[in-house]
Design a binder for this molecule. Structure first.
Ligand code: ATP
Length: 356
């Protein structure tokens, strides 16, 4: 296929490094003699025909900027047949030969729907939660974690002065990647994530023992997806219980969206650049319905439906029939990847406990 014009969009939650992906897409396409347009606010812009032409010059100096210059939105209408019809009309009327969609699993569902309608589409992982099972790494993760690190280091300073414990809730949805890795990197005395059972009493004992050794400050990191018996955020209840059980004055801090902004780190700029360039190559090679991932520091691709089903398997959300259509080799590969991710969590969590 002779590509002349491609579209790029950012969708779902924004992530630092999305601009670096847009830059890479525009530049790689331009080098191949292909024009790029950027759809505004994700699939909303695709439905509304709201786009901007993007030249190499338009993406100068965006590599260091957080957020997304194309903006993002939760465009729920896109899931309807009418929404898809509008998007297809935009694509046809504007002679768009292919789409690169940057985001998380919802974005990929949209991308695979477009592919099913004959549009060449490539997905690229951009989400601070890093919760796409098919990839080791999603653009935005490192910057978000470094923002957490900075905040917790500050909280640690004041906790040390006042002999306090701080319970910090971090983003990540149901995934504990951010909490686990930042917990290790800030020397937390407790890390609470959904992936590994949390032994609350063992943590209380660690705090009590540490007080005996003269320690004054404590950090506990809790992933936002962990809920208590009443379905409320676990961290808030835990804050009260730590104070009751150990006598240490304990405060709660929810970092929330503060960690989503800021200039992307080297890691994110690099991954964004490599993945963006790879996405253009795939599209121009006539590939479609693929998601660009990182595995053992190399760029790899998976069929989007494979990646979405793998996610369901890993999260124990498979419904009857979800695996039909996949070969037994593909199912084995999904099982292997799911187990690999689970093992990664267990290994890292065990190391974290050893170091507490
Ligand atoms: P994040 O993980 O950061 O939230 P995401 O890509 O999962 O990112 P969503 O809001 O779930 O974020 O999805 C982004 C967009 O993708 C939606 O606004 C919608 O336009 C489209 N989308 C989501 N789910 C579907 C679906 N089932 N079918 C078609 N399109 C979808």
């Amino acid at each position: 296929m002779d590509f002349k014009k491609i579209g790029v969009l950012t969708s779902g939650g924004d992530a630092p490094g999305m601009n670096a992906v847009i830059r890479a897409v525009v530049r790689a396409a331009s080098k191949a003699g292909v024009k790029t347009v950027g759809f505004m606010e994700g699939y909303q812009g695709l439905m509304d025909g709201n786009y901007v032409d993007l030249t190499t010059g338009d993406v100068s100096n965006v590599i260091s900027k957080g957020g997304t210059m194309l903006y993002s939105a939760r465009a729920t209408d896109f899931k309807t047949p009418e929404g898809m019809e509008k998007a297809l009309k935009t694509i046809k009327d504007n002679d768009i030969d292919g789409i690169i969609a940057i985001g998380g699993d919802g974005t990929f569902r949209g991308a695979t729907d477009l592919s099913a309608h004959g549009v060449h589409t490539i997905g690229l992982t951009g989400t601070i939660d890093n919760d796409i099972t098919a990839t080791d790494y999603a653009v935005g993760f490192d910057t978000a974690m470094n923002a957490v690190l900075d905040c917790i280091d500050r909280l640690r300073d004041t906790c040390e002065s006042h002999a306090r414990c701080i319970v910090v809730e971090v983003m990540g949805r149901d995934a504990g990647y951010i909490a686990l890795q930042t917990g290790i990197a800030t020397g937390a005395i407790g890390i609470v994530i959904n992936e590994v059972p949390f032994d609350e009493e063992a943590m209380m004992q660690r705090i009590i023992r540490s007080i005996g050794h003269g320690r004054r400050s404590f950090v506990v990191v809790v992933s936002e997806g962990v809920k208590d018996e009443l379905g409320k955020p676990y961290g808030e209840r835990l804050t009260l219980r730590i104070e009751e059980r150990t006598g240490v004055e304990t405060r709660f801090n929810r970092l929330a969206h503060i960690i989503r902004g800021g200039s992307p780190t080297l890691r994110d700029r690099l991954s964004a650049s490599m993945m963006g360039e790879a996405a253009v190559k795939l599209l121009l090679d006539g590939k479609s319905d693929l998601v660009v991932c990182e595995r053992d520091s190399s760029i790899v691709t998976y069929d989007i439906k494979f990646a979405l089903t793998l996610d369901k398997m890993y999260k124990n959300k498979l419904k009857p029939g979800d695996l039909s259509g996949f070969s037994s080799a593909e199912i084995r590969e999904m099982e292997k990847l799911s187990e690999m991710r689970r093992q990664e969590f267990r290994d890292m969590y065990n190391a974290a406990i050893t170091l507490m």
